[in-house]
Design a protein around this ligand. Structure first.
Ligand code: ZN
Length: 321
């Protein structure tokens, strides 16, 4: 693990800052308040800049407006944490990070969630496209923070097991990206809305025979389903393999990671863990990404998470190599 950190930007907070400035500001400091590029001057205190725009004149650093803002953790440790969380196949717990980076546990926990926030893809267009296959599937994971009981049941819990687990819906492009959703209840309305909002109409939808996907063919170019209840896991139809194996593969990576690394996860944080697993899946080795590419893509996501979900999809990997 230690020899992964030979790069100079891991060595000291100053080198880390210079590296991050080069990455985020290839054309000079960008004012985090007004967005002006290259019109700020360095202040005496290293890393601080003042915007030269008349109406702005505000001070900022390379971490202003990012998930690292106001953190007292040294910047090189942030970069190491980004690397560790991106390079480990199943993730890394706050406990492991606290030991590896010699941080107190609370800082480490906080940092992990901020990194997940950076990994969360924002402002992306819908999945799929003309002739492309997108799989939709749902699974259940863990227990909700408070068991859900409809008021009409007067406190009597549901007998059916799945009502007290947390539903997750996954959409996976065949050979492409994943997008997951933690939903309160996986009913037909919820699932239909997710599927329609996030998949291009011209796509070909593959699901299992669940009633949740009843009527989907009117929303897409085609809707095909495999009958898992009849032991059918893949069917060939007009030269097309009909299955939901990509979605199931994603769920199995997610569950193995969650059980092995993140044993306790509160329901309110589940979407953050999903963002982390989605990110690793979308930058997986099979798509040609290295550990460094994946890390860099996450670091690219540090800004604009709270204010706006729009961010550049173009990633300049060359800086990292
Ligand atoms: Zn400004």
């Amino acid at each position: 693990m230690s020899n992964a950190f030979v790069a100079p930007h891991f060595a000291t907070p100053e080198r880390a800052r210079e590296w991050l400035e080069k990455l985020r500001w290839p054309e000079g400091p960008v004012c985090s308040h007004c967005g002006t590029i290259g019109r700020a001057y360095a202040l005496k205190k290293p890393g601080w800049y003042r915007c030269a725009e008349k109406e702005c004149r505000k001070d900022f650093t390379v971490t202003t407006g990012t998930v690292m803002e106001r953190s007292h953790i040294p910047l090189n440790k942030w970069l190491m944490a980004f690397y560790l969380l991106n390079a480990s196949k199943k993730g890394m717990s706050a406990h492991q990070l606290h030991r590896a980076l010699r941080l107190d546990y609370k800082s480490s926990w906080f940092m992990c969630h901020r990194i997940r926030e950076a990994m969360r893809a924002g402002g992306l267009g819908p999945l799929g496209g003309g002739g492309q296959i997108v799989e939709a599937d749902e699974t259940y994971y863990g227990k909700p923070d408070a068991p859900r009981v409809a008021p009409s049941r007067k406190g009597r819990p549901y007998k059916r097991k799945f009502r007290n687990t947390r539903p997750i819906v996954a959409l996976v492009e065949r050979g492409g990206n994943v997008r997951t959703f933690h939903v309160p209840i996986a009913d037909q309305d919820t699932v239909t809305k997710i599927v329609r909002d996030n998949i291009v109409r011209e796509s070909r939808l593959h699901t299992d025979e669940s009633k949740l996907y009843f009527d989907m063919d009117k929303h897409f170019d085609a809707h095909k389903s495999v009958k898992h209840s009849a032991d059918e896991y893949v069917r060939y139809e007009d030269g097309e393999a009909v299955h939901t194996n990509s979605a199931e593969g994603y769920f199995s990576i997610f569950k193995r990671g969650m059980r092995g690394v993140y044993q306790h996860c509160k329901e309110k944080h589940l979407h953050r863990y999903l963002a982390e697993f989605d990110h690793r899946y979308n930058y997986r080795v099979a798509l040609g990404y290295s550990d460094s590419d994946r890390t860099l893509a996450a670091i690219r996501g540090i800004a604009g998470k709270r204010l706006t979900y729009h961010q550049s999809h173009e990633i300049n990997f060359s800086l990292y190599r």
